[in-house]
Design a protein around this ligand. Structure first.
Ligand SMILES: [Zn+2]
Length: 102
């Protein structure tokens, strides 16, 4: 499993920067929030997305970014959602996602 070598939260650009051994991922806050993997956002049995991506505010912000063990980020969002654990694997997969149209 890839573990980030460094993590920076760029509030002014609304991105989370993850430094991996092979690349740097710059993930927009909104993209990360839209892909929250928690049980309130994704049906844990079917994998179906419950969260409407359009319902995530364009100006979504992070209130707190912390670690969950050594395998994931725990993020508290400005829409008061904080139940998602963003594993390194999940965050890496978001880097190849389609750009988020705004
Ligand atoms: Zn969630």
């Amino acid at each position: 499993m890839q573990t980030p070598l460094g993590i920076k939260v760029h509030k002014e650009r609304r991105i989370i920067e993850l430094q991996w051994s092979d690349r740097i991922s710059e993930l927009p806050f909104r993209l990360v929030r839209q892909n929250c993997p928690c049980a309130a956002c994704v049906n844990e049995f079917t994998g179906e997305r419950i969260l409407d991506p359009d319902s995530v505010p364009v100006d979504i912000d992070t209130l707190d970014v912390g670690f969950s063990g050594n395998y994931a980020l725990k993020i508290k969002w400005s829409d008061n959602h904080d139940t998602g654990l963003f594993t390194w694997k999940h965050l890496r997969s978001l880097d190849t996602a389609e750009p988020n149209p705004e």
